[in-house]
Ligand binder design. Structure first.
Ligand code: LLP
Length: 423
């Protein structure tokens, strides 16, 4: 399910030529395909339909209101990690009973807002946080549902920055601690522990670590049951990998086939929190070639998008395929090894290194593929660059879903104290 493809040598998003979008909206530009976004959500829903899970899209992957609204309209819940994401979720019209809230550092104000809005549950990451939620709910005279995030200590075989389920990471609590919490739960009358949660990392392409973690937790739930502690929900997190280059991640069907039996047997309600799987292939970042620069050692393609627009290559050494908007014959002899770099004053500002690309000329455009997840949502104003425009294509129509920032936006919140103005 991929709505970016060449037709008569032009790269299309759904029915529209991306070259036409660029002519109209300029670059850098994020272009999303509505069909690809929704298609991935439905693919996952369909794969798991036997057990009818609540699929809570992970807002952090791409938090644009239009993206959230599109998914919420199709029945998605949302996985949030801050008061800001709660605000977005509610603005997008997500029913609170479809919102789950993780994060190791929820503040009192954030907790209070979520309690008042009656979200489905908090994914609690420490004993101290659980006690705090209990205290806040006591003050508000409420009882909140919570799920305990377990750190199952499995190796997900992904980048260390996006590994979360090892005991050396800051996330979740270990099994022993969960057991102690559950035994002490009567001392916490304002929280009701209804579920367990795991999320072992992101961009995981192999099902083995997922299954290992789920098996550990299911076994643990069995032990709890014997002690009279009944768990209703198991939230298996997100983390499903996608193809950026040559990865062959497990498909939704394969994943479902292996996971469903655990749920059928246990009768647990399932929650999933995919971010990248839904949004990743649904977006591309389009950029213009500003200069081609040959140095004694390397050839640089200098483009108008930088690490402030897409930080994944710089931060994780991530690979994103780069395609010209106009297809070339791609004969081996025409390929040249280049670094595609942005205008930012950092050597780490690159979109690709040592990449074999068809010869490109100044003024041409390139599409950085699979940039729908953790692309714009991690964008910044570094080097006082304006965050770029985002558009969504639906068949043959295009909608702006975020305007390009203006110079005024850049300094909007800054204040020169009067004494510096000689007042
Ligand atoms: N649930 C929890 C608790 C999470 O922390 C995350 C992502 C997700 C769900 C969604 O994970 P996904 O399905 O998207 O893998 N910026 C990094 C990824 C960081 C992921 C953080 N947590 C990147 O660009 O690769």
């Amino acid at each position: 399910m991929h709505e970016f493809r060449y037709s008569k040598k032009d790269l299309l998003c759904e029915k529209l030529r991306i070259a036409d979008l660029v002519a109209r909206f300029q670059t850098p530009l994020y272009v999303y395909s509505y069909q690809t976004l929704i298609g991935h959500f439905l693919k996952l829903k369909d794969a798991f339909r036997q057990i009818n899970p609540l699929v809570c899209y992970s807002v952090k992957a791409n938090s644009n209101l239009a993206i959230l609204k599109a998914l919420v309209n199709k029945g998605a819940g949302l996985d949030i990690v801050s008061g800001g994401e709660l605000f977005r979720a509610l603005q997008a019209g997500c029913p609170p009973e479809r919102i789950v809230y993780a994060s190791v550092g929820k503040t009192d104000a954030e907790i209070e807002k979520a309690v008042r809005r009656k979200i489905l549950f908090f994914n609690v990451e420490s004993v101290a946080e659980l006690e705090n939620i209990n205290r806040i709910c006591g003050r508000l005279n409420r009882v909140s549902r919570v799920a305990l995030r377990i750190n199952p200590d499995v190796e997900p075989k992904t980048h260390k920055y996006i590994t979360t389920g090892k005991l050396t990471s800051k996330f979740g609590v270990d099994f022993k601690c969960v057991q102690q919490i559950l035994l002490l739960r009567n001392a916490l009358p304002h929280v009701r522990i209804v579920g367990l949660h795991i999320h072992i990392g992101s961009q995981i392409t192999d099902s083995v670590p997922f299954i290992a973690a789920i098996r550990k937790v299911i076994d643990f739930i069995g032990v709890l049951k014997k002690k009279g502690i009944v768990i209703e929900y198991l939230n298996i997190g997100g983390g499903m990998g996608i193809t950026y280059n040559r990865e062959t991640p497990q498909t939704a069907q394969e994943y479902a086939r292996r996971v469903i039996p655990f749920f059928k047997k246990s009768g647990l309600k399932m929650i999933l929190e995919p971010g990248r799987f839904i949004a990743g292939q649904a977006g591309v970042l389009v950029t213009k070639v500003l200069y081609v620069k040959q140095t004694p050692r390397k050839k640089f393609i200098i483009v108008d998008a930088g690490m402030n627009d897409l930080i994944r290559p710089s931060l994780y050494g991530a690979y994103h395929q780069i395609l010209p908007l106009r297809a070339t014959e791609n004969r081996k002899a025409d390929l040249e090894k280049v670094d595609v770099v942005g205008p930012i004053c950092e050597s780490g500002d690159f979109l690709a290194q040592e990449r074999r690309l068809p010869k490109v000329k100044e003024g041409e455009y390139l599409a950085v593929m699979s940039a729908g997840a953790y692309g714009f949502s991690m964008a910044s104003n570094y080097n006082s660059r304006l965050r770029c425009q985002e558009v969504m294509v639906v068949h043959d129509r295009v909608f702006t879903i975020r305007q390009r920032e203006s110079l005024r936006d850049l300094t909007r919140h800054e204040i020169i104290p009067p004494f510096l103005l000689g007042k």
